[in-house]
Design a protein around this ligand. Structure first.
Ligand SMILES: [Zn+2]
Length: 106
């Protein structure tokens, strides 16, 4: 499995991740937050009904700012945002996927 060797803050509100496979990817805090994998951000499909989260156009202070990043076991990080949102668990696979896409766009 591809794992990050190092995660650091980039120069422009972004996260730079150095991977064991030698690649470096970067993702902006905005993309990172918009792609928060938790249920309240992304919704959940339960049997035949799906819960679609309400997109609130109002972003609280600190919505796109990172308070801290905590490692979870050896497979993910938990990102605590400055608006106190802390339920998003970003697995290595997921981080790789979203940061790689972000990199390829630019
Ligand atoms: Zn979330």
């Amino acid at each position: 499995m591809n794992k990050p060797k190092k995660i650091r803050r980039g120069e422009s509100d972004s996260l730079v991740i150095e991977w064991e496979n030698g690649k470096t990817t970067e993702i902006s805090y905005v993309d990172l937050r918009d792609k928060c994998p938790c249920v309240s951000c992304q919704g959940e499909t339960v049997l035949f009904s799906s819960y679609i989260p309400i997109k609130n156009p109002f972003k609280p202070v600190g919505f796109y700012e990172i308070e801290k990043i905590e490692p979870v076991g050896n497979y993910a990080v938990n990102i605590v945002w400055k608006d106190q949102h802390n339920t998003g668990l970003y697995s290595w696979d997921y981080l790789w996927e979203i940061s790689r896409i972000d990199k390829e766009k630019t």
